[in-house]
Ligand binder design. Structure first.
Ligand code: MLT
Length: 260
């Protein structure tokens, strides 16, 4: 489905009925990241799954900062008539967007789930690397980004066919969207103060073999959050919804059912 939000054509899927969950994908991915979760939870919850502007099947428009993504999500909820506070679930860059959503639309957040993500900003070296990668994406296309990332996204035991499927999907990302997302991530603020202040329930999930946002960082986030808990998923890398959908769906179900 598509909706016009903030002047941009935003692709999204909506499935199921019940408590609303907003599932926000990572970089350079799309809402397809959550297919296995939608399949498992659509009988219990209302799942709202956007493609962020410039990524997946959504139109690219500038600016595309994390603030723009957060505002797109709020406008999409309006467009869908979803006025209830939602459980915001963000993977990696989706977590960075979720922090911005909390910052800007706090009343719309019932609870927060951070999957394979982190709260601290990039180091100066990390920022430089993002800028170089953005230039490379514009020069050579997103395939350069996909090739450089794919091995680090998955646990070593992930089937090669699964990795290839996702490499090809990432390589198909429009280069302008990928470059803008890299610059948006490089520019993100430190979310640790926000996490410490946020009083609503917060679940942190991480693949035990996540190399990009490792379990140590997840543990620190869960401890920093005022109402935080941690689930470590064995056998998963940075792509927990794809690598271990049963375990992630179970963690989400338990968490949402436990909400006050
Ligand atoms: C992601 O998965 O969204 C990115 O790897 C996050 C990042 O590069 O910080």
């Amino acid at each position: 489905m598509e909706a016009m939000v903030n002047g941009v054509r935003l692709f999204h899927e909506v499935a199921g009925e019940g408590e609303p969950l907003l599932l926000v994908h990572g970089f350079p991915l799309s809402g397809q990241l959550w297919d296995g979760i939608v399949e498992r939870l659509r009988g219990e919850f209302r799942l709202i799954v956007p493609d962020l502007r410039g990524l997946g099947r959504s139109e690219f428009a500038e600016p595309a900062t994390l603030r723009d993504h957060a505002d797109d999500l709020a406008a999409l909820l309006d467009e869908l008539g979803e006025r209830r506070p939602v459980v915001v679930v963000g993977l990696s860059m989706g977590g960075y967007v979720a922090f911005e959503f909390v910052r800007r639309h706090r009343r719309r957040v019932r609870a927060l789930v951070l999957v394979d993500s982190r709260a601290q900003p990039d180091t100066p070296e990390g920022v430089r690397g993002r800028h170089e990668m953005a230039e490379r994406a514009l020069r050579e296309g997103s395939a350069a980004v996909a090739d450089g990332m794919v091995d680090r996204l998955f646990a070593p035991s992930a089937p090669p066919a699964l990795k290839e499927e996702w490499r090809a999907r990432m390589a198909a990302t429009p280069a302008a969207g990928a470059a803008a997302a890299l610059l948006a991530m490089a520019d993100r603020p430190d979310a640790r103060p926000l996490l410490r202040r946020f009083a609503r329930p917060t679940l942190v999930v991480v693949g035990a073999e996540d190399l990009i946002t490792p379990p140590g960082e997840a543990r620190t986030m869960a401890e920093a959050a005022r109402a935080g808990r941690l689930v470590v998923v064995p056998g998963a890398g940075h792509m927990t919804p794809v690598e271990r959908p049963d375990e992630l769906a179970a963690a989400l179900r338990d968490f949402v059912r436990s909400l006050p």
